[in-house]
Structures are given as structure tokens and as C-alpha cells.
Design a protein around this ligand. Structure first.
Ligand code: ADP
Length: 190
């Protein structure tokens, strides 16, 4: 199961990725989590990334590719992976194809979680209260949604052209959305 999970901030990608990891027994690789870990550890990458992340912008392609390559070299992706938060623009989508071709682990499927903007904003406001993430303040949320529409939405078409894309309705209970994803992936991955 080599899967890319696409969806706006607040679409539930992270939650569903964790469920899919448990279901399929393959690692969940979140570039957002990797970057937050680098920030917490105070590494040079973390120090560079922090201000951009807090403001809701995209960390440079070069930095994110470096941490992703490092993560993929851990050698635990033989049975597959769930990628969450990457690729976020077309140049990352191209870089990912090159990297994964070299590792002989190309993306099999891309799932897009579809949730409308009003609900995204409401969910992120709720998460701000619950988790206190530095980038869940109203200004950064607005910026992240803008960045998603401008830069990440084209990635959906990228996978559509490769005939790897399935869109899934991301509105509903966590369990319900999970069932939809598993169904969309079809029995050959069950
Ligand atoms: P969300 O989907 O809610 O925005 P993530 O955890 O995926 O949360 O990402 C948090 C932040 O980390 C992003 O706003 C961005 O600053 C940075 N980030 C994560 N993945 C990437 C990426 N692939 N390219 C550039 N920046 C990234």
C-alpha cells in the first residue's frame, strides 16, 4: 500500500493517516510532524522552518525534500507507506516521483479528502482550543487555506492525470470517513 493522502488543513488527513497505518501496517509519514519534531529538537532545519510554519507558509522544497529523503532511508517502507502533507505543490510532486522511482517504491494511489472551506475553518478553530498548535491561530489558518488552494490543489490534478486519484467525502464521523477510504482503495488492498 503506497498511498498519498491529499486534503486541506483540517480535512482530517492526519487522523485518517494514523488509522490507515494501523489498518495496513505501513508507516505514516507526515512532513508536518517531521518538521514539528525538528522544531522541538532545535535542529538547524527546525530553526529555519519554525517562523514559516507558524505563519502558515510553506517551508522550502529543498528542506522538506531533505527530511523526507532522510525518513525514507529508514528502510521500513518495504511494504509501503502513507504519505501525509507531501507533496504540497507541483514541484514537490515531481521531486517525489523521481525519488520514489529511484527507491523502486512509486505511489500507487492518491486519496483526496474533500471538505468545504467553512467546515475546515470551524474544525481548525476547535483544534486551536484543544491542541494549541502555533499555526492554528486565525491568521495562519487563513494563510494555510490560501496556500492550499493556490499551490496544493493543482497536485490533485497531477494524480488525476496519472489515473491514481480517488476523491473521498471527508465530511462525517471519523469512522465513517475511514470506511469510505478503505472502500475507495478497493479489496485488493484490504
Ligand atoms: P496542516 O495540513 O494542518 O497544515 P501539516 O502538519 O501537514 O498540517 O503541516 C504544517 C505546516 O508544516 C505547514 O503549514 C507547512 O508550513 C509545513 N509543511 C508540512 N509539509 C510541508 C511540505 N510538504 N512542504 C512545505 N511545507 C510543509
Amino acid at each position: 500500500m503506497r498511498l498519498v493522502l491529499l486534503g486541506a488543513p483540517g480535512s482530517g488527513k492526519g487522523t485518517q493517516a494514523a488509522r490507515l497505518r494501523d489498518h495496513f501496517g505501513v508507516p505514516h509519514i507526515s512532513t508536518g510532524e517531521l518538521l514539528r519534531a525538528a522544531v522541538r529538537a532545535g535542529t538547524p532545519i527546525g530553526l529555519k522552518a519554525k517562523a514559516v510554519m507558524d505563519a502558515g507558509g510553506l517551508v522550502s522544497d529543498e528542506i522538506v525534500l531533505t527530511i523526507l529523503e532522510e525518513r525514507l532511508s529508514a528502510g521500513d517502507t518495504g511494504a509501503g507507506y502513507i504519505l501525509d502533507g507531501y507533496p504540497r505543490n507541483l514541484s514537490q510532486a515531481n521531486a517525489l516521483d523521481v525519488l520514489l522511482a529511484r527507491l523502486a517504491q512509486p505511489v500507487e494511489r492518491a486519496i483526496q479528502l474533500d471538505v468545504d472551506n467553512e467546515l475546515l475553518i470551524a474544525r481548525l478553530a476547535g483544534r486551536a482550543l484543544a491542541e494549541g498548535r502555533a499555526d492554528d491561530n486565525p491568521e495562519s489558518v487563513r494563510k494555510r487555506l490560501e496556500v492550499y488552494d493556490a499551490q496544493t490543489a493543482p497536485v490533485i490534478d497531477y494524480y488525476r492525470h496519472q489515473q491514481k486519484l480517488t476523491s473521498v467525502d471527508g465530511v462525517g464521523a471519523m469512522e465513517e470517513v475511514f470506511e469510505r477510504i478503505v472502500e475507495a482503495l478497493g479489496n485488493r488492498f484490504a
